[in-house]
Design a protein around this ligand. Structure first.
Ligand code: ADP
Length: 490
């Protein structure tokens, strides 16, 4: 298959979230399976052209936006054997950030910026005669590609056979904008209706993508189900339900080249499921580094997270002091985010000396240390489209304690006391009480049924959430998209 991915982010060039990891990893796996893949993204001014070996590729590229013809340039780099094309258009991408300025104010022309990126990606295919079987787009930023293909390019010699696939990484971000931007996007007023692109008088990019795409997916099966409900769908549940079987969930993969205790260069000592002695060393070093009481017999619970409400860390904040006062346990907390949560969590080490360690900020090395050195890893998320940390934790034999939502529910198997089966501890209620008792359950298992913990560690470390596995599912998704496209063309 010929596949083009158009996206606003791609690791390692530009990243704010999991979307960038997917766009960086999935194309490489697809290429390994024998497909031809190219990626198109913006040339943000902060991308270091020298470091990433960007070369001029095509100039000029003319892109029609409504009645305006915009001229941009295209650069290219080699990304593990496939091309990533960067759209250079200073008016839109010569900015401090991807989506907002340093004060977190969204750029007011975001609909134009990403509408333009989307059309530029399609136009590039035409200019270089790359006839895609699949145009795969991500989140609201590039969702409109599905609409452009159906409205304008259905008979195009290059784009006419392309089926569209939209991946939703987080349904809370939909790209809803004032209708005054609509003419620039060039999608015809006849399509500005509630069943297509209009949303209470405004434009909704993600909804448009959902309606027009040949297949839609999100990043876990449970999140796919949750988003079909009124509370989980943020207004889009009816459109997702309309897709029927053409809306599914596929778990993200993990980059086991970076997250593997057998090869991880960042952790104090490497280890494997066969020989866990290195994990004990990692625990001891973690306790030392955070001035915790060095004791192999006290369980450590790790947190690595954005400190935001979505992650449920305000609920943990309400439970953690009761936990510390009543249980033999230590915590190591790494995160940054909302000021209130930052100041709460940064106050704990002084109040619970030797029992709580914390670091406010982003620190990749520490995140590996915590995954390796902790016994448990807690994620009490309110919602979690897929989540990566619990999958890292499994690989490091650090048992997850999670709220059973989205990808957390799909990747963690509940502990069964009768058989010692399972890979972690799950709860359902979004409350401090549920966190308190589930942590208590994990801690008492640690002290009273240590052999069960050992067995769970073995089961956890044997789980496979590799990209190889997910890429196979994406290929099947593409095949269905192509079949849908063909049947809609008659
Ligand atoms: P989300 O994308 O919603 O933040 P995920 O679990 O999918 O949640 O991914 C979070 C990623 O960011 C993980 O790789 C995690 O290790 C990393 N991360 C989050 N906060 C920090 C931090 N303070 N320091 C280092 N890494 C962090």
């Amino acid at each position: 298959m010929n596949i083009v991915m158009i996206a606003s982010e791609c690791v390692p060039y530009a990243k704010t979230g999991g979307l960038a990891d997917v766009v960086g990893a999935l194309p490489v796996e697809l290429q390994k399976l024998g497909h031809q893949v190219m990626v198109v993204m913006p040339k943000y001014s902060f991308i270091d052209g020298e470091r990433f070996n960007l070369r001029p590729f095509l100039s000029p590229l003319g892109v029609w936006m409504g009645d305006t013809l915009e001229w941009c340039a295209v650069h290219v780099t080699d990304h593990h054997g496939l091309p990533v094309y960067f759209i250079e258009f200073d008016q839109y991408f010569n900015r401090w950030g991807l989506y907002h300025d340093a004060d977190f104010n969204d750029y007011l022309d975001n609909p134009r910026r990403f509408g333009f990126l989307t059309r530029a990606g399609l136009q590039l295919c035409r200019d270089i005669h790359f006839a895609p079987d699949i145009v795969h787009v991500h989140d609201w930023h590039t969702a409109l590609a599905a609409a452009y293909l159906k409205i304008w390019h259905w008979n195009d010699p290059v784009l006419g056979k392309a089926a569209s696939v939209l991946t939703i990484h987080n349904i809370a971000y939909q790209g809803i904008y004032d209708a005054r931007h609509y003419p620039y996007l060039g999608l015809q007023w006849i399509n500005f209706t509630p069943d297509k692109l209009e949303d209470h008088g405004r434009i909704n990019f993600l909804k448009g993508g959902i309606v027009y795409a040949d297949m839609v997916n999100t990043v876990s099966p449970t999140y796919a189900r949750e988003t079909r409900t009124p509370e989980g769908g943020y207004g889009l549940a009816p459109y997702l339900n309309d897709k029927g079987e053409n809306y599914i969930g596929i778990l993200n993969g993990v980059d086991y080249n970076r997250w593997n205790p057998e090869t991880d260069p960042m952790i104090p000592m490497r280890y494997s499921a066969k020989d866990l002695s290195g994990k004990a060393v990692c625990k001891r070093e973690l306790q030392r580094r955070f001035s915790l009481n060095v004791d192999a017999n006290i369980p450590i619970i790790g947190v690595v997270s954005r400190l935001v409400t979505q992650k449920g860390l305000h609920l943990l904040a309400q439970a953690i002091e009761d936990i510390l006062n009543n249980m033999r346990v230590q915590f190591v907390i790494l995160g940054a985010g909302e000021k209130e949560l930052e100041s709460f969590y940064s106050s704990l080490p002084a109040r619970y000396p030797g029992r709580v360690g914390g670091y406010i900020g982003y620190n990749e090395e520490l995140s590996h240390w915590i995954e390796a050195g902790a016994d448990f890893f807690i994620m009490p998320s309110l919602s979690e489209p897929c989540g990566l940390n619990q999958m890292y934790s499994l690989k490091y034999g650090t048992l997850p304690i999670v709220r059973a939502v989205g990808g957390l529910d799909d990747t963690v198997q509940q502990y069964d006391e009768a058989s010692a089966a399972g890979t972690g501890f799950k709860f359902w209620e979004a409350s401090p009480r549920a966190i308190y008792y589930t942590v208590g359950w994990a801690i008492s298992t640690f002290f009273d049924r240590r052999e069960h913990i050992q067995q769970m560690i073995q089961t956890a470390m044997a789980q496979d959430f590799s990209w190889e596995r997910s890429a196979g599912e994406y290929v099947r998704l593409y095949e269905r998209a192509i079949a849908n496209k063909q049947s809609s063309k008659g």
